[in-house]
Design a protein around this ligand. Structure first.
Ligand code: NCD
Length: 319
């Protein structure tokens, strides 16, 4: 069996076989989620720590639920209300978790690279999973997006060869976009980024994707359109003249939805700014698979925990 490494830090660390193994394991574990008793004994006796230095709803809740469904003991630690707000360092926090015997640490941090530091500094022995670091990466989001794309466009099997994904909006501040570009490329999809020039990162030429400034043209080619949140909290200056202009040029609204191919889907990692990057009617339309992305997130995170911590010798479909 193709193995994963010890940690999951970047979508770019996964080769095609590893990525497919996670997606296939997700599909198997999804059958557990459909049962009335949604629980496997795989991680009984293991300790999983959710270490969240930045706000989160979906990612934190779904990692917590995923670990619980695999019977792990789960502790969720938010920086707010902890000794981190008294100035405790990442190192001291990590040493505390190590003393408590964490088998896996799921970390979200405002600093790009914090999960790498945690994985490589020797402070902890367990696996580290990156749940979003600064503007850098968010690999499990890319995996749940790939799973969602595969189930809608590819019949739930194989890779994403030939699928055209258009990613729109605040690419500059988006760890979701970075991880998606890497993983989608590994899985054979074609990616086009669409954003105002001020929200396209420097060095994008080296990314395995194309760039366009014209949303309408790109939409006509798309099998899926992934709208990104305008990340106002990461914007020190002003990146576009007004929110009205932004939504006119780069927002997805009902008239634009008409440009999409018949079966194209609309995605958003959440949280959404309804009325800015996506209109409320589009977010609630039958094309949108946004709630399904959240549901898939639990199963993908179960698969990651299962493969990183418990895979050997266990059966994903066991009782
Ligand atoms: C994203 C994140 O936090 O990076 N959300 C998520 O994990 N579902 C995207 C965002 O905040 O815009």
């Amino acid at each position: 069996m193709q193995m994963l490494g010890k940690h999951l830090l970047s979508a770019g660390d996964l080769d095609r076989a590893q990525a497919l193994m996670i997606l296939d394991t997700t599909a198997e574990l999804a059958t557990v989620t459909e049962r009335s008793v949604k629980k496997l004994p795989t991680l009984r006796g293991r300790t999983v720590v959710n270490l969240f230095f930045e706000d989160s709803t979906r990612t934190r809740l779904s990692f917590e639920l995923a670990a619980k469904r695999l019977s792990a003991d789960v502790i969720t630690f938010s920086a707010k209300g902890s000794s981190v707000s008294k100035g405790e360092s990442l190192k001291d926090t990590a040493l505390t978790l190590e003393a408590m015997g964490a088998d896996a640490v799921i970390v979200r941090h405002g600093a790009s690279g914090a999960p790498y530091r945690l994985a490589t500094a020797g402070w902890i022995d367990g696996s580290v999973i990156n749940a979003g670091d600064g503007t850098h990466e968010h690999p499990t989001q890319a995996l749940l997006d790939a799973y969602t794309l595969r189930s809608h466009i590819c019949g739930g099997q194989g890779d994403l060869q030939g699928v055209h994904v258009v990613i729109v909006g605040d690419v500059l501040h988006s760890r979701v976009a970075r991880s998606n570009v890497l993983l989608l490329h590994t899985l054979g999809a074609e990616v086009t980024l669409v954003a105002p020039p001020t929200l396209i990162p420097l060095g994008v030429e080296s990314w395995p994707c194309s760039v366009s400034y014209h949303l309408d043209d790109a939409l006509m080619q798309a099998d899926a359109v992934m709208m990104l949140r305008v990340q106002a909290e990461r914007m020190a200056g002003s990146y576009f003249p007004s929110t009205l202009e932004y939504s006119r040029l780069y927002g997805l609204d009902a008239p634009r939805l008409e440009l999409l191919k018949d079966r194209a889907i609309v995605m958003h990692p959440g949280p959404m700014n309804r009325g800015l990057e996506i209109s409320a009617d589009v977010a609630d339309s039958s094309r949108a698979v946004i709630v399904e992305q959240v549901a898939n997130g639990v199963n993908v995170r179960m698969a990651c925990l299962y493969l990183l911590l418990g895979g050997a010798g266990s059966q994903a479909g066991g009782d």
